[in-house]
Design a protein around this ligand. Structure first.
Ligand SMILES: CC(C)(COP(=O)(O)OP(=O)(O)OC[C@H]1O[C@@H](n2cnc3c(N)ncnc32)[C@H](O)[C@@H]1OP(=O)(O)O)[C@@H](O)C(=O)NCCC(=O)NCCS
Length: 215
């Protein structure tokens, strides 16, 4: 991306540093426990990240080739990096088993805004668990303390050019209907279709945004 593609806007965003993992709440919903990630989650995360039908929807597009690769995907959410990321373990409340990971994995993403992502183990799909997770996580994110600041964001990822509403961005593959349904059900707005070239392959993507101040 060219620097001409960006604009500096004034907005409010969760105050950095974010609360560290050891100061974050454990959130429970009717079926889930959503908690900070721990080093001991590595094996369960590796199981998730070696499911092909899960990983084909990620930027990498393929399963982790080794436990070291999975470790490199867990470390950004453990101290000291927890101060700039908000990704959580998604566990079954009854057993404590880790079935997914979700939250703000990039702050900022390449577009300049915080970016949301989530993955759930395939055998749990179709029961409304991603929607249950996202509703609870968005309340956590929306209630974090805010600060006013200037941020550089991609022009096409914002409406307005001076004082603008804070955005939380999610990007899906254009054919990932399940994820798009989860976002729409959770209050996100579909606002931009675009393409990206990834390993010489053109991918069709859709950007969704959530405005915490409007909820
Ligand atoms: C996307 C994902 C998190 C959804 O999890 P989930 O727990 O099954 O989601 P929910 O049950 O809360 O909601 C899924 C919705 O999509 C719909 N859906 C699922 N598959 C669909 C399909 N092939 N076509 C149309 N709609 C579909 C479901 O019917 C449901 O909508 P509804 O409640 O209106 O009926 C899960 O499939 C996943 O981990 N996928 C792989 C990783 C991924 O895509 N992550 C997101 C990257 S942007």
């Amino acid at each position: 991306m060219d620097s001409d593609d960006f604009v500096t806007v004034r907005t409010s965003l969760p105050t950095l540093p974010l609360p560290p993992n050891n100061a974050r709440p454990e959130i429970t919903t009717s079926r889930l426990l959503i908690r900070p990630l721990r080093p001991s989650d590595l094996d369960a995360l590796h199981v998730l990240r070696t499911q092909e039908d899960v990983m084909k929807w990620t930027r990498a597009g393929c399963i982790d080739e080794s436990i070291e690769t999975t470790k490199s995907k867990l470390d950004p959410f453990l101290p000291p990096h927890d101060l700039v990321t908000g990704n959580c373990a998604i566990c079954l409340k009854d057993t404590g088993e880790l079935i997914g990971i979700g939250g703000c994995h990039l702050y900022p993403g390449s577009h300049g805004w915080p970016e949301l992502g989530y993955l759930l183990r395939q055998e749990t799909w179709g029961q409304g668990l991603a929607t249950e997770f996202l509703g609870a996580w968005l309340r956590f994110w929306s209630e974090l303390p805010r600060s006013e600041r200037d941020v550089r964001v991609q022009k096409e990822m914002v409406i307005g050019d001076r004082n603008v509403d804070e955005h939380l961005i999610a990007i899906t593959d254009a054919i990932n209907t399940a994820s798009q349904r989860v976002l729409l059900k959770s209050g996100f707005e579909r606002f931009r279709d675009f393409t990206e070239v990834n390993d010489a392959k053109t991918v069709n993507l859709v950007a969704f945004r959530f405005l915490p101040s409007k909820k």
